[in-house]
Design a protein around this ligand. Sequence first.
Ligand code: GMT
Length: 373
Amino acid sequence: MNIGITCYPTYGGSGIVATELGMELSSRGHDVHFITYANPIRLSEDLPRLHYHEVPISDYPLFQYPPYSLALASRMAKTIESEGLDLLHVHYAIPHSISAWLASHILGGAFPFVTTLHGTDVTLVGSDPSFLPITKLSIEQSPGTTTISRYLQQETQRVFSTKKEIKVIPNFVNCDRYRPGVDVELRRQYATPEEKLLIHVSNFRPVKRILDCVRVLARVNEEIPSRLLMIGDGPDRVPAQELAQKLGVTDRVEFIGKQLFVAPLLAIADVCLLPSEMEGFGLAALEAAACGVPTVASNVGGLPELIDNGSNGFLVPVGDVEAMSAAALTLFKDEDQKRAFGEAARRSTEMRYSASRIIPQYEAYYEEVCCAN
Ligand code: GMT
């Protein structure tokens, strides 16, 4: 097929899923056209059949807020025509879904597109009164809609009071690129062999509750010498650094910023922490699981669909630092159990969420939406 993909081309989970999906589709023989304001950061340039169409945006002085959604719709319509696209797949509803709907109408109103909802486009931004009506419209008008978990499917129907049929296609991971295997030299940069290593990956937005990661590190370090590796960046980085200072663990928490290749870093960790307030799915936990690293996470959103509490990770109430620390310490104190959890995490990922299992579900859904349109 000839597929157009629109996403946020940055470090957010939805952009990563969209970029990985495009690369998987291209490796399966599809032509994939990214229509975005910048080249997606994880996009590998040496793969065939991948194309990039930048969305130009005018900075005319009248515009206090340049109308990106409209520029995007025009670019989508132009690319559909010039490249002969079969279908558009947009990731994150706002504003991509309404832009796709406009593009379809520019071309007569029958062009097929799929909207994938990822999380905060439903739970935070989409449910904000300033965006709710337009997001509801775009979801209801989307010829195909998917969510990344059963939780988000139900939440979408509840938040937007809609009976719209929504297909669940979960997040996926390439199990060949994300795999277990400790690079001893790399690990030595962040911890000694006697120390335990916690890891966290996110965009450091308040919804991720990264200050809890620092609190957990301080707590477990009282019993077992430990370190915390923080990957990513965002608004809560400085508050987290200040907290580390206040708790006297600055030298035990390392912030290494945004990283292009997280797999080798995940693989050197003992436990991944995901204390989020909410997660549509929890891609970081899935990537850690593929690397054989169990996650201790909040018992929210789509996380219980991915983490089997007490067998491949632990789920604790949101904000319960003591429970999160106790779960990490359980694994730290019993090497055999930690290994068994890591192996179970890898096994369940291969069986349920490997790219080779999930990508065919997208392909089948594209065919279905195109045939129905
Ligand atoms: O939270 C993020 O990392 C960003 C956000 C996004 O939309 O860019 O991620 C969401 O999409 C990911 C990929 O589908 C999911 O795995 C995350 O759970 C989801 N984040 C939230 O719901 C908070």
